[in-house]
Each structure stands twice: as structure tokens, then as C-alpha cells.
Design a protein around this ligand. Structure first.
Ligand SMILES: *Cc1c(COP(=O)(O)O)cnc(C)c1O
Length: 383
């Protein structure tokens, strides 16, 4: 039994046991292909997929017809960005932000190389998109505005409704990468005013390799599929459906719909206790992000006088992260921490703590005791 205290819920979450339970029959007894409508096994698999589609839709206030199953948020983001751009349009501008996940920034850069006019919006110190800059950037020539709902590094939640309103005035479409937000905070596609929204299964206690894209009704034909090969998912995502994964994603969404509110309060309270205790023990500790409007389980901390890598090496009992998991290993500081104005030194001294469903108050007690000890040892050695 691994006794690691898991503080990396932004990188991935464990599957909820209820999700695993719901998935299991679909590997063995209920293994039919949902496209095989001529026998019961196929029809039962198809029904399970449609139940999951309803569960995913319900969590974000969509209709089941507006949900396309994909392999995850990376694919969902690519399907929107490339899919829209490859449909003939007069509009040549794409507006996004400096703190997006690579799964948004990279496809945007690829389109820039193909001649699209890509505008990257700046963010303030707390990671919030600058609205006047957005207003200026979103022109009548804008095809798509893609702004994440919540940051995987600093947790900041964006004023998406205001951004979507600016886009609507100019006739631009709006996408949000909501991989970190769905299942953690209330997400309603109509309240947000978005046209497309990306979901990832393994960020909300579902399995890896499954996700969804919300496509507002009437907009399907605006997207060119990334792959060809069949009529699945209305032709937008051909290939035999990942039935166990889809069932797992549906169950994960159903659990979140019921438990999200209480869970967010419990997790935010643990996070606040931890930050209070660490701040008291570590003079000069800096908390990043929008403290009034961030994900309940996020704590991005910049430590004085030590490097994050060294501190993590001195905390072997904890699963922690420096930048986002996708970029760690690279020597460059996180583009998100740079975008909120952190110096290279400050970015290199920043640790991301991610709390979630299975975090306990005993784990918070251990962290509040052990992290300051490790910091103190390193800071003394450095001085
Ligand atoms: C994890 C994550 C992704 C990638 O999702 P996958 O399902 O792993 O492809 C994209 N965007 C954000 C904000 C994420 O946190």
C-alpha cells in the first residue's frame, strides 16, 4: 500500500470506486458494440452510452444531443480549434489567453503558422483575463475566442460570461477548456454563454482517455472532424465508442452533480486551513491566483529563499508538482507563472498543491507540520 499523500489532483484524480463499479460489466458481460443494433448486446451498449450522455449533459445544463464523446480535453480542444478553422470562413482571427493549457496554445500556434491571426490576451497578477484587452482584441474578423474556465496551475476562475458577451457582440464563437472546472464548481453552459466546452474524465474522478465536447445545438456542421472513418458521434468523432470509458465518465458526472457543492466547501476549507498554517510558519510565503475566485482544491505557493525542486525532493512522502505536469521536465519556467508576472526565481520557487475528494484533515495536519520543517532546513542551509 502506497502511503504517499496525494496533492496532485490537478494532474489527475483517482477513479472513484463507484465509477469503477459502474464500468466493470462493460469490459466483460456487456461488451457489445453500440453500433450493432441487430442484437441485444449491441443495443444494451448503445443504451448505456446514451445514459452516460444524459449524465454528462445534465452536469453542465446541456442536452444529450449536444455532447460528443472524445478521448479527453486535449482532443476536445483540438476538435474545436482545428475543426472550426478548417471550415471555410471569412473570419481569420483567433483570440485566446497567455495562461491556457498547451492543448489550446499548441493548436492555436499551428493555425498561426497557417496564416491565422492569433491574439494572446494578457492576464493580471491574479491570473484574470484583462477585459479591456479582450474587448479590443475581439473584432468583427474573429472566428473563435477560447478562454479556459479555471486554471490548472493557479486555480483562477475566469469571467467567462463577460468574455462571451463581448464575443457575441462581434459574432465570434466561444470555447472554454473547462477540464479543471467541471465537477468542481457549478458550470452551466447557458449561464456562461459558451458555444463549445471541453471536459476530461480523469480530472473529475473518472477514467483516463475519455472526455467530451459540448457543441451547442446548430453548430455541429461548423466543425470539420479531425479523423475520418465512420459516422460515430454524428460523424464528428468516428471510431468504435469506448463504452466502459463513456459509462465511467457518465457515472463520474452523476456523482459530481450530487456531491460537488458539499465537496467544494469541504476541500476549500482544508485548503484554507493549510494555507493559514503554512503562512504562519513560513514568513514571506506567497499565495498565487485570485484568492476570492479560484478552484476549491488549488493552492499555488511561492516559497521564500528555496527552489521548488529542492523542496519537493525533501518532501518524499508527498505527491506535489512545480508547474503544470505537462511542462515539467522542461527547463523553462511555467508559462502561466510567467504570465502572472512572477520572476524566473519566483516561478522556480513555486509549488502547486492540489487537494480533492479523498484528501483528509490528517493529511493536511501532516503537510502543515512537515512542509515548514523541510523549508526551514533548506532555507537555513542556503543562508
Ligand atoms: C488536464 C487538462 C487538459 C488535458 O486533458 P486530457 O483529458 O488529459 O487530454 C486540458 N486542459 C486543462 C485545463 C487540463 O487541466
Amino acid at each position: 500500500m502506497d502511503t504517499t499523500i496525494y496533492f496532485d489532483y490537478h494532474a489527475t484524480t483517482p477513479c472513484d470506486p463507484r465509477v469503477v463499479e459502474a464500468m466493470l460489466p462493460y469490459f466483460t458481460q456487456e461488451f457489445g458494440n453500440p453500433s450493432s443494433g441487430l442484437h441485444r448486446l449491441g443495443r444494451r451498449a448503445a443504451r448505456a452510452v446514451e445514459t452516460a450522455r444524459e449524465q454528462v449533459a445534465a452536469l453542465i445544463g446541456a442536452t444529450p444531443e449536444e455532447i460528443v464523446f472524445t478521448s479527453g480535453a486535449t482532443e476536445s480542444n483540438n476538435l474545436v480549434i482545428h475543426g472550426l478553422a478548417h471550415q471555410r470562413s471569412e473570419r481569420r482571427r483567433i483570440v485566446t489567453t497567455a495562461i491556457e493549457h498547451k492543448a489550446v496554445l499548441e493548436p492555436c500556434r499551428a493555425l498561426e503558422a497557417q496564416g491565422f491571426d492569433v491574439v494572446i490576451l494578457p492576464v493580471g497578477h491574479d491570473g484574470t483575463v484583462n477585459l479591456p484587452a479582450a474587448e479590443e482584441a475581439i473584432t468583427d474578423d474573429t472566428l473563435l475566442v477560447s478562454v479556459q474556465l479555471a486554471s490548472n496551475e493557479i486555480g483562477t476562475i475566469q469571467p467567462l460570461r463577460a468574455i462571451a458577451e463581448l464575443a457575441r457582440q462581434r459574432g465570434a464563437l466561444v470555447h472554454t477548456d473547462a477540464a479543471q472546472a467541471v465537477g468542481k464548481i457549478r458550470v452551466d453552459i447557458d449561464a456562461l454563454g459558451v458555444d463549445f466546452l471541453s471536459i476530461s474524465g480523469h480530472k473529475l474522478y473518472g477514467p483516463k482517455g475519455i472526455g467530451a465536447l459540448f457543441v451547442r445545438s446548430g453548430l455541429r456542421r461548423r466543425l470539420v472532424p479531425l479523423v475520418q472513418g465512420g459516422g460515430h458521434e454524428g460523424g464528428l468523432r468516428p471510431g468504435t465508442l469506448n463504452v466502459p470509458g463513456i459509462v465511467g465518465l457518465g457515472e463520474a458526472c452523476a456523482v459530481c452533480a450530487v456531491e460537488m457543492h458539499d465537496e467544494a466547501m469541504r476541500v476549500a476549507s482544508l485548503r484554507d486551513q493549510l494555507e493559514t498554517r503554512l503562512s504562519a510558519a513560513i514568513p514571506g510565503l506567497q499565495i498565487n491566483g485570485n484568492l476570492g475566485n479560484r478552484l476549491p482544491g488549488n493552492s499555488s505557493l511561492t516559497f521564500p529563499a528555496v527552489e521548488a525542486d529542492a523542496l519537493i525532493a525533501h518532501l518524499p512522502g508527498f505527491a506535489l508538482s512545480t508547474g503544470s505536469a505537462c511542462t515539467s521536465g522542461a527547463v523553462e519556467p511555467s508559462h502561466v507563472l510567467t504570465a502572472i508576472g512572477l520572476s524566473r526565481e519566483a516561478a522556480d520557487a513555486t509549488i502547486r498543491i492540489g487537494l480533492g475528494r479523498f484528501t483528509t484533515s490528517e493529511e493536511i495536519d501532516a503537510a502543515a507540520r512537515v512542509i515548514p520543517e523541510a523549508w526551514m532546513r533548506l532555507a537555513l542551509a542556503a543562508s
